[in-house]
Design a protein around this ligand. Sequence first.
Ligand code: AMP
Ligand code: GLY
Length: 435
Amino acid sequence: MSKLNVLLIGSGGREHSIAAFLARSPLLGTLTISPGNPGTVSLGENIQSPGNKPELWMPLIKQRSVDLIVIGPEQPLVDGWADYFREQGLAVFGPSKEAAKLEGSKSFSKEFMSRHGIPTAAYQVFGSHNSGSEGEAIDWIRQNGHFPIVLKADGLAAGKGVFICQTLDEAADTLHQYQQNQTLSKAARQIVIEEFMEGEELSVFVLSDGSSWQILQHAQDHKKIGEGDTGLNTGGMGAYAPVPSANQELLEIIENEIIRPTLDGMRAEGHPYSGVLYIGLMLTNQGPKVVEYNCRFGDPECQVILPTLENDLLELMWAVSQENLYQHTIQTSGKIYTCVVLASKGYPGPYETGFEITGLDLASNDEDTYIFHAGTKEQSGRVITNGGRVLNVISAGNTLQESISNTYKIVDQIHFENEYHRSDIGRKGIRSIKP
Ligand code: AMP
Ligand code: GLY
């Protein structure tokens, strides 16, 4: 097979990790990352983003003779970029606009699950953009709601659209905020009101080429900013993979009750799913139920999943784009990887940037250790902080405990002013296997 020129779209820690594993492939020709980050400079060529419409990318794609486009983040997928590139005859890793609706519209995904008998929290959908429906929603909660109750903006809201409300007043306030808050109001044209589910969360990642699929890996994220899963939701403060307590029996239930009906359902509705499907699950007393679907890799879950794979990532992504995934078998090493996110103090609220990062070179001479950049910038030969989530530190172990302690050893060597990280990443995974 001739070498493949790849364009990877995105700039976060997720894309740095994808670039790192694509760069290892003997099948790789050139790798273009757009826009990329200071960490991806050594892995390919970083090119400034040509713009926020796929047609603006065509000159770059032609000039670099791109064979495969890998779309990292959800927004371009939900906006239909994969469809546009496919119409231009290009191979793409990422779902179509209709398939990406599984993430792009929570009301679509709930109604889809209901049509296909896929276990998820009980729900109601309301329009929120006129006072009538806000009133309808609150009346419904008053009459039928059990607290806590979960309110969700229908559209993409960068992790900020979900609220767990403890009282009727809080629910009324949240409904009101959906209308008032400028960034939320577009995503909240419709809102989903959902039963609160109790249990451990598990994220399962599935590769699907539209006809065949395989579980890639499972992982556990840490969404809250504070120790012990407290405080505000973030994009994710750390993760580990695989999850030791996710045994074969549980995975078979998830395959039969959730993954297969989801992918068969999408195909039956005329929108076969191609790419990676990230299924967020709650392991409840009544069995696993879907919290949400995402149409791309998780960030920071991707950073711990990719190191566990023994396959060539480019070969798998190409197979997905060519609809021949069935020719491959996903194999993992058995090692466990932990990722700790180093963030700017203040995140997910306002924070300062521009602080020099030291210790990056000290930390990176072990083949099972990775430091991925998420919010950094290069300035006069120095790497400085440039975002809320700044760096991802990843290391391995034969057990979760060993992987956690190896990771924190590296974390301790990296410094920047106003640095914040959680010191309990992975601990809940140890707890759940030793009740
Ligand atoms: P989502 O964006 O839908 O994944 O929601 C963000 C987070 O809110 C999830 O990871 C869960 O921790 C929590 N969450 C969402 N829906 C529910 C629910 N029905 N019950 C309990 N927690 C939920
Ligand atoms: N870490 C959560 C997400 O990527 O959605």
